[in-house]
Design a protein around this ligand. Structure first.
Ligand code: FEO
Length: 397
């Protein structure tokens, strides 16, 4: 597809990967995706982002429809993931005098792509790239999607080049969101992108969105999928809604367990009763019956998550591991956790789960609680003590 003019002396020069069916190993993409790049021409010329390796020739040809590569002054690197940085090396081979600008935090990433720091400048928040007649203002937006990430605001045309922010995976013929065929639910696609790519970083996104509030944005130009000209703020507002702190003001501790014979369940319910008496909301969920989406919500809404697993063959059971893996799909850093379970003869499952959670930067109670097979009255008294320790652990901040 050829270059497309999107504003006065501003062009889309990206490519369409229509056949892509899985993005980043984890994300099915039934409509393919685009790798969007943009050219901004003032007295100087800035190129915003490159494209995935394999699409380099098409990308360079799109640029050359507008300007010779030798006329480009700056390459603005919004994000160094290879879907956007994969053509930098070839671009620099053909136009070696280009100055690369990126977020200060991205310098090391770009150096690792180029294995050089020649012509490379790291920028701070609110830095300007003056092109003469066009000015790009830098907005550092870490973790949208990597720590390296930034956006630019082009004041003359009120365009926000938003990188992965507000993106969607769609590679049809349309350039703008308002041109999509009726059967495409763009709200769903933008939300799906947020849910899969952005959701683990919601606390960062909340801070980043505040930086955009001062901008008069008429067009959002992301790095994947359609551009938004009539709905510029619709998806910024969607991100605001999706990134609220769901645990704020909610004194909730979610309890999840798996239990073959009801023994781990007895402990779960005892902990729930105790913590409820201590003033916490304590939803109790059987992991094997709990919908994955609901489980993610409950993790986000809770100050702490208490996980029960039996031990089979020296390990926690697979549904528990599947549940624990959900922690990396939401913004769970800083949450607290504890583990418990009934066991027969070895009982390693609880400690293995605790160790995995600690590796994911969850604050975990040092010692799990374990009971042998059917919890005795004495062991239930120990559950009461353990519950008190959980309450103290949560309340100590
Ligand atoms: Fe589109 Fe995070 O790369």
């Amino acid at each position: 597809m050829s270059a497309v003019k999107i504003a006065d002396n501003v062009y889309w020069v990206g490519v369409k990967d229509r056949d892509l069916r899985v993005f980043d190993i984890i994300m099915p993409t039934r409509y393919g995706t685009t790798y969007n790049a943009y050219l901004v021409k003032g007295e100087k010329v800035a190129l915003i982002d490159t494209v995935k390796k394999g699409f380099t020739e098409e990308y360079l040809a799109n640029i050359e429809e507008i300007t010779p590569l030798s006329a480009i002054d700056y390459l603005v690197v919004n994000h160094t993931e290879p879907d956007h940085s994969g053509s930098i090396i070839e671009l620099l081979k053909r136009a070696p005098n280009i100055q690369i600008v990126c977020a200060l935090a991205a310098k090391i990433f770009v150096q690792n792509v180029l294995n050089s720091d020649n012509n490379l400048t790291g920028l701070k928040d609110n830095a300007f790239i003056e092109l003469g007649g066009k000015t790009l203002t830098i907005k550092l937006t870490p973790y949208m999607h990597w720590p390296d990430t930034m956006m630019e605001y082009l004041a003359e045309d009120k365009v926000l080049f938003s990188g992965d922010g507000f993106a969607a995976h769609y590679a049809g013929d349309a350039i703008y969101g308002d041109e999509l065929p009726g059967e495409i639910d763009l709200d769903h696609e933008v939300h799906y992108y947020f849910d899969t790519i952005m959701r683990p970083f919601t606390s960062h996104i909340r801070k980043n969105l505040v930086k955009l509030e001062e901008l008069d944005i008429k067009m959002v130009a992301p790095s994947h999928g359609p551009l938004f000209r009539n709905q510029a703020n619709r998806y910024i507002n969607m991100y605001k809604d999706c990134s609220v702190d769901k645990a704020e003001g909610k004194n909730q501790v979610a309890i999840f367990y798996a239990s073959s014979y009801g023994n781990t369940k007895i402990i779960a319910e005892r902990i729930s009763t105790n913590l409820n008496r201590a003033g916490f909301l304590t939803p109790v969920n059987d992991i094997t019956a709990c919908d994955k989406m609901k489980a993610r919500e409950l993790i986000e809404e809770s100050k702490a998550v208490i996980i029960g697993t039996p031990t089979f063959n020296g390990d926690a059971v697979k549904p528990v591991w599947d549940f624990v893996n959900l922690f990396s799909t939401v913004d769970a850093k800083g949450k607290k956790a504890a583990t418990f379970g009934s066991y027969g003869w070895s009982g390693e499952g609880t400690k293995l789960v605790s160790d995995r959670l600690a590796g994911m930067k969850i604050k975990v109670m040092p010692e799990p609680f374990r009971a042998k097979l059917v919890p005795s009255e004495k062991e239930l008294s120990e559950v009461d003590r353990f519950s008190g320790e959980i309450a103290n652990f949560i309340n100590e901040g």
